[in-house]
Design a protein around this ligand. Structure first.
Ligand SMILES: CC(C)(COP(=O)(O)OP(=O)(O)OC[C@H]1O[C@@H](n2cnc3c(N)ncnc32)[C@H](O)[C@@H]1OP(=O)(O)O)[C@@H](O)C(=O)NCCC(=O)NCCS
Length: 140
């Protein structure tokens, strides 16, 4: 199930974040700020685990299609959850394109975006301090 983020999801999101981006995780204030800015486009994916709901991934994007962040808990990767979150994003009415920045070293994410029909359209040198960002985009 995909639904908007709510404050009770924060602990689960922080766990996913710390496991997914150990070099530069967002902290709780950043997530609260992003939620304030993008309440309708901060989505979480949940699965039913022993009759309880478990948050296993999230995506945050802007109204014009910039993917600010996407992550899936390591225990739930390669099950199609990231693809579902991204497809939901691409179904947003009136979006003309979606794009994101990806670390040059993040080959897993690059393979994921490529499978989802994205192409590399640019490079921002040293975007992450000492590492370039690839700009990947899909026109809808
Ligand atoms: C990138 C990420 C969100 C993908 O989520 P996911 O739920 O595992 O992705 P899916 O299961 O939907 O993958 C869909 C397809 O993408 C490709 N893919 C996904 N992850 C891949 C990887 N690590 N290596 C190669 N291909 C990959 C595969 O073709 C996959 O289909 P398949 O499993 O049938 O072969 C997840 O790996 C993640 O959270 N990574 C850490 C955070 C991150 O790097 N976010 C992106 C920053 S820009």
């Amino acid at each position: 199930m995909i639904r908007p983020f709510s404050l009770s999801d924060l602990n689960s999101i922080l766990q996913i974040e710390n496991r997914s981006f150990p070099k530069s995780p967002y902290d709780w204030t950043t997530f609260l700020h992003l939620h304030t800015l993008h309440p309708d486009t901060f989505l979480v994916c949940c699965i039913a685990e022993r009759l309880e709901e478990e948050v296993c991934g999230y995506i945050i994007f802007t109204q014009d299609g910039h993917i600010i962040s996407i992550a899936v808990h390591p225990l739930h990767r390669r099950k199609g959850i990231g693809a579902q979150l991204l497809r939901r994003t691409m179904q947003t009415p009136h979006l003309q394109k979606v794009w994101a920045e990806v670390r040059r070293s993040n080959l897993g994410a690059q393979a994921f975006y490529s499978k989802m029909g994205f192409q590399i359209v640019g490079v921002v040198p040293n975007y992450y301090g000492n590492e370039d960002a690839l700009i990947i985009q899909r026109t809808l």
